[in-house]
Structure formats: C-alpha cells, structure tokens
Design a protein. Structure first.
Length: 256
C-alpha cells in the first residue's frame, strides 16, 4: 500500500461492510458484496474514488480496497459463499494489476474461485471497455479462477453492449428495475427478457429489492438471485457470523 493511502487509511478509519446476496430457491445466502466505508464521515464513498481519480491514484485505492475486503472476509467459516468486490476498469489495465492478483492468490489461498469482481461502469472510464488490454485483463482474471460480474446493467452507457462483448459470468441488474417493478409492465418485460439471457450459463442478480410486492413479481419473472434492503442491509461481517454460528449450533443440536 502506498504511503499516500496508508495515511488516509489511518486518518479516515476505512472499514468494510458486507451485504448478502440470496438464492431464492432455498432463501439461502450465496454470497456477500463488500462495500468500503469511512467510519468518521458520512460523505459518499464515491467522492473518495473521484478524488483518487483526479490525483491519478485510483488504481492504488482500488487495489487497497479489494485486498481489504478479501482480508476481512472469513472464507474458512462461510464455506461456499462467494465474495463480490468492486473493480474499476482502469485498475484492470494498470501495470501493477497482474502482480497484485498473484499477490492475492498467494496471500489468500482460501479465496480461490470464490471471489467475483464486479466491474463498475463509471462515465470517466467508458473508453477503457474497448481497450485490448482490458479484454486481456479479464481473460487473465478468469485464468486465475476469478469470476466477472457487470454491475448496474441497464442504466449505464453501453452496459448491454458490454454484456454481449465481455460475456460476464454474472449480470447485476440495476435497482432501477426492481423499484416499482410490481406496477410497471415495461420493467417487468425488461426483467423477464434479461432473466432468459443464459449465454454461458450467466447468472442474473436483481439488485435493490426493497418492497415485498416487487420481490413477489421478480419471482414470477424467474429471477433466482436477489439483493436488497428488504432482505438484508450492509453490515459488519461479524453480524452475519453470529447468525451463521447460531444456526450451526442449532443444527448440531438437532434443531432445524
């Protein structure tokens, strides 16, 4: 970690929260999305990343956040659960990225094949998606055992084009489509259409579920994986570990 961000880390007290992702077939957690937070500030975290972009430090901050999220996640306890971490496209083409990935594989062997990189679609990085180095970087990640997700599909510039061109393992459909889904035939048609997209066994995750009626409609549209405040809000990983350990102890005692 660079000195610049070491100081920021100490000063701002970076921390991580995790939001569960649910498979609706058994209503079980299949993964967690890691989110960076500042303990001493309520400012949007995106402001920090925008400032890092202006300072030409975005890749450094991004890699620090990725390693922090992986370091804090208890892979050995939450067996079978995947960890979703955000990744800026510009980080993929950074000259240090390949070394960074090898570092992760050596330092966190329990994370092998259990980390999903969520590609952020920021307006200031739109051109990177068509860069040959970017495509090579995604191929390298897959060779190393990582899965690729495209975040906020349906609202960003060219996001559907990116789905076709980069064939992600996972599509995360933006919360715009889940909000008011029960009362919008147009949104229902779009969600239904994307739920049927299965190129390479792609998994669709509907984000932003906050209303029971919207969730009920999503299930009728064959949505199998969901995420949102209705199910669980982002929280410290210890919160979920306590519930997990409680269930394990009850199961061990014959209570289910």
């Amino acid at each position: 970690m660079e000195v610049y961000f070491s100081k920021q880390f100490d000063k701002e007290e970076f921390t991580f929260v995790y939001q569960p992702i649910y498979c609706v077939n058994k209503w079980s957690k299949v993964g967690f999305e890691a989110l960076l937070r500042l303990q001493s500030s309520h400012a949007p975290i995106i402001d920090l990343f925008l400032q890092a972009h202006e300072d030409e430090k975005l890749a450094e901050l991004d890699m620090m956040a990725i390693e922090g999220a992986i370091d804090c996640f208890p892979f050995e306890i939450l067996q079978g659960k995947k960890l979703f971490v955000n990744l800026f496209p510009s980080t993929v083409i950074d000259k240090q990225f390949h070394f960074f990935i090898q570092h992760l594989l050596v330092m966190y062997p329990n994370s092998f094949k259990r980390v999903v990189f969520e590609l952020n679609e920021s307006t200031f990085e739109h051109n990177i998606w068509s860069c040959p180095l970017f495509k090579e970087g995604l191929s390298y990640l897959r060779q190393c055992g990582f899965q690729i997700a495209i975040d906020d599909v349906g609202t960003g510039m060219g996001s559907l084009q990116h789905v076709v061109e980069h064939r992600p393992d996972i599509i995360k459909l933006d919360g715009y489509f889940s909000k008011g889904l029960a009362h919008s035939k147009e949104k229902q048609e779009m969600v239904k259409c994307l739920s049927q997209y299965n190129e390479g066994n792609t998994t669709l995750i509907l984000e932003g579920i906050e209303c029971e009626k919207d969730l009920a409609i999503a299930l009728t549209l064959d949505i199998k994986v969901v995420q949102g405040y209705l199910l669980d809000r982002p929280a410290a990983i210890d919160t979920f570990l306590k519930n997990h350990q409680l269930r394990e102890s009850l199961s061990f005692g014959g209570i289910r």
